[in-house]
Ligand binder design. Sequence first.
Ligand code: FES
Length: 289
Amino acid sequence: MAIDAAALTRALDWNGLDRIAEPLASTVRGAYESQGTVGQQVKDLVHGVWLGHPLHPVLTDIPVGAWTVALALDTVAADDPGMRRAARLAIGVGLLGAVGAAVTGLTDWVETGGRSRRLGLIHGLLNVAATGLMAASWLERGNGGRSAGVASAWAGYLVAAGSAYLGGELVFGRRIGVTHAAVEEPEEFSEVARSSDLAEGSMKRVRKDDVDALLVRQGGKVRALAHSCAHMGGPLSEGTLKDGSVVCPWHGSEFSLDDGRVLRGPATQPQPRFEVRERDGAVEIKATD
Ligand code: FES
């Protein structure tokens, strides 16, 4: 599919999109926040914290797959009444999946910003259009308008395909939904700080060669996590230190200091941790095996 990259770039530079994006994002975030702890738990569920990666791409497979089946049945078994009913059923299954994909995508999108948020808005609006066309197809088929139903389905499918391209750009081009934290170095214990530089209850960012880590001393024990937040790379050393956890300053993800697991989203992937030891007045870390 040929994509006009220049037009897309111009669209992403147009801050008029923010006049839609910002009120929509604050409305969605406010709806979750108004429900307090339960709202946060639901939000974490929808992000996919329990799954260890975003739930949204799992659910997008349902409409894409179901609508592909519908169009295949339309094409190869157009004269078979049973297959026509099956095609309509597949359209309906896809619509149900599209609702789940919309809820998860919208919730993830709220925690983006800048050009990624504008691109996500275009992606979402295209998906709304595709879903609307598929809903029209389902209704038309139910009312005996098969030709119109097939035409609406093809139009919806093409719009969905364009939107899927933008979804790929969000993930692979802009790293939305993939971890921004990785720990591969050092393979052997390496000194990154002096013990005396890390007071009880303090955090410190240390950088050495390819290592970028957050050191925390609590209860006399030093623990170390990757410094860039797994969600979108926020600087954890500028976040809030709690008892046994750290909260990212950008979107509030909270990670356990013990094992890096996500205690609160929007991050879904755990924060990588380092093994730590103190020897001869030095704090040494290495990547976990
Ligand atoms: S960058 Fe989003 S929560 Fe850390």
